[in-house]
Design a binder for this molecule. Structure first.
Ligand code: KIV
Length: 299
């Protein structure tokens, strides 16, 4: 049985913490789903991680849908959330409905995520009324990078903290099923979590949130050296890939790869069976075994 938005709300009631990760392709999505991650977000961070942009602003709706469809094919169990990219919901409620609908209908997402409050509160209400579950996103919302003057921690003053709390309550009231809190002081994360009935999903918002999310490239150690303070690296895949690729290059250059084990014979008859491999050696090619047979026969 797949995870639903109702399950996440039940987790909140039970005080059960949960994890969310981003994914942008079929292979990674399948691994995460099989590993038991309950929520997968096709984040607009794919602008950075997959497409190499400095901000999330350039990624288009069609690019997001292309990746969402790939992730959908890898996910059986997790709740799949599609991230509405910059300018796909900003001009009008109609745009928001049409484009959120594409995430569900074409991308196969179970829900969408929208950044900010203000007009987004009304969009959330309309989408929820239409059966499109909405995940809110407050705090250091990357689509506001130009407005914020950089990627800066938000909610540091009393007034800013109160606004984030008010916005979170407004999104909940409008029907959002959860809210991402990004880049805010940990005590504000705890405070917002305590006033909401829906789960908060923190990223750089402290341990008091109901759930946590990280970008998959960051937590697997695939990003460059410079990552935000809140990123914990659970693996060093960049180091492991560099080692593996270096070994492959060296083996190709020296001729150590491919051995017979990785080569095809001329036909079924020429392919050594297990008994022949035991007699003539595991790494002998079919041709070498044939020659060896002739040599042994004339001895
Ligand atoms: O785009 C993204 O990956 C996100 C998460 C970091 C919450 O919005």
């Amino acid at each position: 049985m797949s995870v639903t938005v109702k399950d996440l709300q039940q987790y909140k009631r039970e005080g059960r913490r949960f994890a969310m990760l981003t994914a942008y392709d079929f292979t990674t999505a399948r691994i995460l789903d099989e590993a038991g991650i309950p929520v997968i977000l096709v984040g607009d961070s794919l602008a950075n991680t997959m497409l190499g942009y400095d901000t999330t602003l350039p990624v288009t709706l069609d690019e997001m849908l292309h990746h969402t469809k790939a992730v959908r094919r890898g996910v059986d169990n997790a709740l799949l959330v599609g991230d509405m990219p910059f300018m796909s919901y900003h001009a009008s409620v109609e745009d928001a409905i049409r484009n959120a609908g594409r995430f569900i209908k074409e991308g196969g997402a179970n829900a969408v995520k929208l950044e900010g409050a203000g007009r987004v509160v009304e969009m959330t209400r309309r989408l929820a009324e239409m059966g499109i579950p909405v995940m809110g996103h407050l705090g250091l919302t990357p689509q506001f990078v130009n407005q914020f003057g950089g990627f800066k921690v938000q909610g540091k003053t009393d007034e800013a903290a109160e606004r984030i709390e008010r916005d979170a309550l407004a999104l909940q009231q409008a029907g959002a099923f959860s809210v991402v809190l990004e880049g805010i002081p940990a005590d504000l994360g705890t405070r917002v979590t305590s006033v909401l009935q829906i789960p908060t999903i923190g990223i750089g918002a402290g341990a008091g949130c109901d759930a946590q999310v990280l970008v998959i490239q960051d937590m697997l150690g695939l990003s460059g050296e410079k990552v935000p303070k809140f990123v914990k690296r659970y693996a060093d895949l960049r180091g492991e890939i560099t080692r593996a690729v270096g070994e492959y290059i060296a083996e190709v250059e020296s001729g150590a790869f491919p051995t017979a084990e990785y080569s095809y014979g001329a036909g079924a008859a020429a392919k050594p069976d297990q008994a022949e491999r035991a007699i003539y050696g595991e790494s002998r090619t079919p041709k070498a075994i044939k020659v060896e047979k002739v040599v042994r026969a004339v001895r």
